[in-house]
Design a protein around this ligand. Sequence first.
Ligand code: FES
Length: 96
Amino acid sequence: MPLLHRIVRQNEVPLHFVLNGKPCEGRRGDTLLSAILTVDDMLRPSDFTQEPRAGFCQMSACQDCWVTLESGERVRACSTPLAEGMKVITGAGERA
Ligand code: FES
C-alpha cells in the first residue's frame, strides 16, 4: 500500500516512470519522492536498521532520499522533478 495518497492535482498530466523495474505513473509537478511514495510504501530501507525510510527534510538538505537513475546518476528524490520515462532504482530495488 502506498505511503502517500494523492489528494490534489489528480487530473494533472500523467507521467510514466519505471521504479525498480515496475511501470508506474505520477503526475506533472511531482518530485521523484512524491511520485515514488504514491506508488510504494517507502523509499528504501535504512542502511543501519533496515527500517523503512521515506526521506526526512523534503528540502534537499538531509541526503536521506538518494536514488539512482538509469544513467547511473544519483539524485535527491525530494528535489528532482519527475519526468516522462524516468527509470529509477531505490534501495528497495536492491533488495529484489
Ligand atoms: S529528503 Fe532530505 S535531502 Fe531529500
